[in-house]
Design a binder for this molecule. Sequence first.
Ligand SMILES: Nc1ncnc2c1ncn2[C@@H]1O[C@H](COP(=O)(O)OP(=O)(O)OP(=O)(O)O)[C@@H](O)[C@H]1O
Ligand SMILES: [Mg+2]
Length: 231
Amino acid sequence: MAINKSNRHKALHVSYTAGTGGGKAVAVQWAGMMPKSPCLSIFDPYGDYVYKKGSIDNTGFANKRVYHYSTKATFAKAFASAWASKKPFRIAYKPAEPSREEMLWFCKLMWLASDGQRRLDVIIEELAKWCDSTGKEQSAFGECLTGGRKFGLVMHCIFQRSTEVPKTILSMTPYKIVGIQETLADAERMARECGIPVNDILALDPLTYIKKNPKMGDIERLDLRHIYPDA
Ligand SMILES: Nc1ncnc2c1ncn2[C@@H]1O[C@H](COP(=O)(O)OP(=O)(O)OP(=O)(O)O)[C@@H](O)[C@H]1O
Ligand SMILES: [Mg+2]
């Protein structure tokens, strides 16, 4: 059960939004929003963070090994033991048949584990697939976003199109990392959310981003092209 509620935890949730190939997965690893030694749990339905031993490419999470599990029982057991160890870890749930139900089960587990003493970073990949753009997201996932801050949860929400996710996701994530957008409607939506001219978003290249910090008007530019110079 989420215990030790504390209002002193700041809201650190992040949204990452970019069209395909825009560099969402690159940003979550390298944009500096993740602790160096995280307690990190990933809903990774497509295996984007699978670690390949000996590969010369960057694999895993920022080149660190990630342990993947594909059943609820094996993941829950491995997560419980990693979290109880009080040491940093990187672990992922990759269900055989990803669905909203699987995503919500994963979120529920994160919610129950959060204890208010330690930071627990949680990544949800391809969020739009597991949500409905209308509606309020009153679910275990919504609860992680709205109440999670007080219990040390930091949600990293990854989606291609902001017009395909519930509004609450943008309003509950004080940090927004915006890459190239697929449609004008998405670019306009993010321009409005960040309080910036839409042309600034339209001018982005893959692996370049605009980062909106919590304070109104606090905008940074990020360039992660050095991570993959050949991209
Ligand atoms: N391991 C890698 N080796 C080389 N280049 C990479 C690697 N990972 C990412 N890139 C480059 O960075 C770009 C962005 O990749 P990333 O996986 O972050 O995109 P994404 O926004 O998550 O896309 P998608 O929506 O398709 O998952 C890729 O198109 C590729 O050019
Ligand atoms: Mg991706």
